[in-house]
Design a protein around this ligand. Sequence first.
Ligand code: FMN
Length: 193
Amino acid sequence: MVMDVQDAVETRRARRVISDRPLEKGEVQRLIHSMRLAPSCFNNQPWRAVVVDDPGSLEPLRACLSKGNAWATQAPCIIAVCSRAEDDCQLSDNRVYHQFGCGLAVGQMLLAATEMGLIAHPIAGYDPLAAKDALGVPADMTLITLVIVGHPGDDLSLLSEKQRADESVRPERRPVGEVFSHGRWGVPWNHVE
Ligand SMILES: Cc1cc2nc3c(=O)[nH]c(=O)nc-3n(C[C@H](O)[C@H](O)[C@H](O)COP(=O)(O)O)c2cc1C
């Protein structure tokens, strides 16, 4: 599937119904490539990732997921994204950029996955210390997110009622004027469709 960026932005969703069909190596390579090309402060590239796609490594990682993320135990691939402050710019006024850089890299990867017809869903619901231990991630690294990756599936049994409802309807966004100002902080952006 070829999508322009706007299509990928509109199509991407944090979907949870994922098939256990393995990803192809080329698909994983494209996801990695899309992260590598992300912008970063001084090109520091603060992201580190563990791509987990073999059953022996997936099993202990799945055991670290929170109950609400049981849906993620079907997925054939989980990308664990890590970073630490010293690997990126740390500037005045609390501008600590490593997690920002990881966010940009993951954002690009989510759009690339969308174009490839994959689901790529970042989560924060896991035991971070247990997950780091399961993957051998050094203690001074922060495991910022696990990105759950796979092909769309059809088995809804691992989803809660709410998760089933969320699957087809994108959760509401805050009103644009509450979040975006125009010219000066607090002057609501006047959104015209
Ligand atoms: C940092 C982060 C953590 C998240 N953690 C979880 C999670 O633990 N479980 C889950 O099901 N979804 C998780 N999500 C997905 C969000 O719930 C989802 O992106 C949001 O509701 C908006 O829906 P949409 O992405 O489909 O537009 C997370 C997303 C982000 C960016």
